[in-house]
Write a protein that binds this ligand. Structure first.
Ligand code: CMC
Length: 436
């Protein structure tokens, strides 16, 4: 018997099956042969929320959640955050290798070439409610780009796919900045292609009457580092949405809109906004113990804590804490930092959090930096979506090149009724209708 196999005995039939193990994984379809008889559908595996199911093979991002390791294409996140700029990392994620100087120059030119929006998209923004949530505006306008680029539907043409990838990476900051200007009632600022990716974003957000926007270099670098840290995180909720929607051959604008919608939820990218709301609700360091007590009693969650994969520490949170120090040297210390540090200190000594392996995640400190830089909490998840677009697109490209690609279509365990006798209208009772 080869050692890289799994032997399973079905006690219903006493049959034994030998299933291959590859990469520490068994194929769910291999269980289908396990039946009680010819009429039996065969065994399925039940895994709500994909807690222990690999949905694809990927060579983009590696995470070891027990050891707190995150690598993009094999490079540690710490090294990339220290030495690279965001577009360099975007190139790495998309194409598998770090660019040399000439490649990076060309890549930067290609991206800046696409930063402008078609004017119809700008007009689309104008139609939103005056206090529309910027994340909802981003999801809607990125979907609207699908109307501007109908050729994006040719998802089996690699050259066409790459063109849309460049457009999306280039236009996300423009869409995001315009959503912000719309919210605060300021005229839109068009891209300045002399500036770096982060600097141009800051220009579109904050330029007033000066002829040329000059970004603070410390803040621009901090934003660039935050973009690097958020660029990809393998098969999380939004990436899963990107792959799932993309697997139907939907165009990349609609697929990115779906992924961004998944990101907006407070358990995912929306957590950074919630962390700030939570810190405001706590109000002062003295209130931290009582707040933690309430969480332990089952009243809500400590936002910015816990992770499906990281069970020791989130390496991104460590880099963010370090970046925060640099930002505060320019902006002054965000007073919420003291509450956050106290929350972290008490939680990390508490049996409830220790036994459940709950540690600060990427969203715990990022909002404190963003707020110090002048962003409103409603905008924080948009700041997550801009760089994560690169990860979504890298995963989408990888998916389209995968020989195993099929439309995503999970199974279910049906728990409803069967073969009921139809009831004519006059014989139906009201009971049981419209249950919430
Ligand atoms: N505060 C208090 N208790 C928590 C928390 C938290 N933040 N997170 C998990 N728990 C408890 C949970 O109630 C459960 O307890 P019990 O075993 O007694 O029922 C236990 O810890 C295990 O949690 P889980 O819900 O099974 O964990 P999960 O892997 O399904 O959820 C998570 C992961 C990130 C959704 C969750 O930890 C959470 O909701 N955290 C707060 C929101 C947040 O910060 N999200 C950002 C995640 S990182 C960036 C990103 O993905 O966008």
């Amino acid at each position: 018997m080869p050692s890289n196999t799994l032997t399973v005995t079905d006690n219903r039939t006493n049959h034994t099956y030998t299933l291959p193990i590859e990469d520490g994984t068994v194929r769910s379809m291999d269980f289908r042969q396990i039946k009680t008889g010819a009429e039996d559908f065969g065994l399925m595996t039940y895994d709500p929320a994909f807690v222990n199911t690999a949905s694809c093979r990927s060579s983009i991002t590696f995470i070891d959640g027990e050891r707190g390791i995150l690598e993009y294409r094999g490079y540690p996140i710490e090294a990339l955050a220290e030495h690279c700029n965001f577009l360099e990392v975007a190139y790495l994620l998309l194409f598998g290798e770090l660019p040399n100087e000439a490649q990076l120059k060309d890549w930067r030119t290609e991206i800046t070439h696409h930063t402008m929006l078609h004017e119809t998209t700008r007009k689309f923004l104008d139609g939103f409610h005056y206090n529309a949530h910027p994340m909802s505006m981003l999801v809607s306008t990125v979907a609207a780009l699908s109307t501007v680029y109908p050729e994006a539907r040719k998802v089996h043409d690699p050259a066409n796919r790459l063109l849309q990838v460049k457009r999306l990476i280039a236009k996300m900051p423009t869409l995001a900045a315009m959503a912000n200007r719309y919210n605060v009632g300021l005229p839109y600022v068009y891209p300045d292609n002399d500036l770096s990716y982060a600097e141009n974003f800051m220009n579109m957000l904050w330029k007033m009457v000066e002829p040329k926007y000059a970004a603070n270099p410390v803040l621009a670098r901090a934003l660039d580092i935050l973009f690097i840290l958020h660029a990809d995180h393998e098969q999380n909720c939004s990436t899963n949405a990107m792959r799932s929607v993309g697997s139907s051959d939907a165009d990349p604008y609609l697929s990115v809109a779906a992924a961004a919608a998944a990101l907006s939820g407070p358990l995912h990218g929306g957590a950074n906004e919630q962390v700030l709301k939570m810190l405001d609700e706590i109000g002062s360091k003295d209130n931290v113990p009582a707040y933690i007590r309430r969480i332990k009693e089952g009243h809500g969650k400590l936002m910015g804590f816990g992770h499906r994969v990281y069970k020791n520490f989130d390496p991104r949170a460590k880099i963010i804490k370090w970046t925060a120090e640099k930002v505060f040297e320019v902006t002054g210390r965000n007073p919420r930092l003291d509450i956050a540090l106290e929350l972290e200190r008490i939680a990390l000594e508490d049996e409830y959090f220790i036994s459940r392996k709950l540690y600060p995640n990427v969203d715990f400190y990022s909002g404190i930096i963003y707020q110090a830089m002048g962003f409103k909490p409603e905008f924080f998840t948009v700041l997550f979506a801009i760089p994560r677009t690169v990860g979504w697109l890298a995963q989408w490209q990888e998916m389209h090149a995968d020989a195993d690609l099929k439309i995503a279509r999970p199974r279910q365990i049906y728990t409803g009724e069967r073969k009921r006798e139809f009831i004519p209208m006059e014989a139906r009772k009201a009971a049981g209708a419209m249950k919430a």
